[in-house]
Write a protein that binds this ligand. Structure first.
Ligand SMILES: [Zn+2]
Length: 432
């Protein structure tokens, strides 16, 4: 182990720090191996200096601290930035008929605790930031509570309620008897450009950070209307233009190739699922710079639930699930060699919260290197979420969102399923 005097290390560090007095550090991390900027060459033994929840320095070797700031000893671990899941639904992971029953029989207050429970599981799995793409529940409030330090969980970028056309994927009335329809809110549904502009403004007014829409049918919606296009060009354009007017990005749920094209032509910022993407889609991705978020983990959720209960889903939903399972990863296998930008996203809620890292194994199985998959869950996802200055790498100025695993995740990406150390904004939530 190489010990360097801190003052010397600070002089070697960035000019800003070298020219001023050494910043008061309140905590150090000694890392065995450091993947500070995924996508770039990893570093060996390193020291991270942290002050007031932010990284203030990254140095080669195990620096001897000045003063009495504590050192977190991770010399036998690989240290990397906190992971980012670009597609979760924190309010529940009880899908299918079980999820429907819970919605109809459990209180909103209990739902808020379930949301918190799922958020904590996600954080402890090493995911320090999530993008929550559409919830009827308490996630907007939880985002605020976590930011204020009232609750433990990941940083949340939230979409409010997801927007679709009437009887589209986000119509919560699907599968309910007519007499229950009046109990379900419909302000997230829009038909025609005028209504679609209003639906976006409504979610922005509620505090949404990002807008989530569906241009095609969905696997889980309780309707046998297929997975093709369900939104017209003028509607998708009205949504994207309105969201961008307010500086909000648009994430688009799309399976069928016609719905993917509608979204990308309208200027969508990301395509979620993208199951049937083709050569035209790939060309549009490249032209617009949109991200692809594969959400392969959904298949794990379906398989586990069906194994437990063959009748977990209505027959018309089950037919769509069987198709989705049969085609898992095919889109990613086309997108990777085409050079499409990829951000990590699980659709947790369909799969189990806290098992987000299972996605890494599937991404590598379907064409990515471990380094590409880790970059998708850090630097790329940070860029997609508009948080590139805040998270996604371990660099001076960024939030101290730091995790550690035993072994080398670049050799075996499954190591990320057992994260032993989690720090978010300088606060240790797990380990070492
Ligand atoms: Zn989703």
């Amino acid at each position: 182990m190489k010990a360097i005097a801190l003052t010397a290390a600070l002089l070697l560090a960035s000019g800003a720090y070298a020219q001023t007095a050494a910043p008061a550090v309140d905590r150090y991390i000694h890392a065995g191996k450091l993947l500070d900027r995924p996508g770039q060459k990893p570093r060996g033994a390193s020291t991270i200096a942290i002050r007031a929840g932010r990284v203030v320095g990254v140095y080669d070797g195990h620096v001897t601290p000045l003063g009495d700031a504590p050192v977190i000893d991770l010399r036998d671990r690989t240290v990397l930035p906190g992971l980012i899941d670009s597609h979760v639904h924190l309010s529940s992971d009880r899908a299918g008929q079980e999820g429907l029953l819970a919605e109809l029989t459990e209180s909103d207050q209990l739902g808020a605790y379930e949301t918190l429970w799922n958020a904590r599981k996600t954080l402890l799995a090493g995911f320090t930031t999530v993008r929550n793409l559409g919830d009827e529940g308490a996630t907007l409030a939880l985002r605020e509570a976590i930011a204020r330090g009232w609750a433990d969980g990941p940083r949340i970028v939230d979409a409010g309620r997801s927007i679709s056309t009437t009887s589209g994927h986000m119509d919560a009335r699907l599968g309910l008897d007519d007499h229950l329809h009046s109990t379900v809110g419909t302000e997230n549904l829009c038909d025609g450009p005028e209504e679609c502009r209003k639906a976006v403004r409504r979610q922005i007014g509620r505090g949404a950070d990002v807008i989530k829409i569906a241009t095609t049918g969905g696997v889980n919606s309780r309707i046998g209307a297929g997975l093709g296009k369900q939104m017209f060009d003028d509607e998708a354009k009205a949504i994207v233009e309105t969201a961008h007017l307010y500086g909000k990005k648009v994430a688009v749920h799309a399976h069928g190739v016609d719905g993917i094209a509608v979204a990308l032509r309208a200027g969508a910022d990301s395509i979620e699922h993208g199951t049937l993407l083709d050569a035209e889609s790939l060309a549009l991705f490249k032209k617009t710079g949109a991200y692809y978020v594969p959400t392969l983990s959904t298949v794990n959720g379906y398989l586990e639930r069906i194994a437990k209960d063959p009748n977990a889903y209505l027959p018309e939903v089950r037919a769509k699930i069987d198709w989705r399972i049969s085609i898992t990863g095919k889109a990613l296998e086309k997108a990777v060699p085409a050079g499409v930008k990829i951000a990590f996203g699980t659709d947790a809620g369909v799969s189990k919260h806290g098992r987000n890292a299972d996605e890494f194994e599937l991404m590598v199985k379907h064409g990515m290197t471990p380094m590409q998959a880790i970059a998708a869950a850090t630097v790329n996802a940070a860029d997609l979420l508009g948080l590139a200055k805040e998270v996604g790498s371990i660099e001076p100025g960024k939030s101290a969102d730091i995790i550690a695993v035993s072994g080398d995740p670049l050799a075996d990406v499954r190591m990320l399923k057992s994260v032993g150390f989690v720090m978010r904004a300088g606060v240790v939530h797990k380990g070492p």
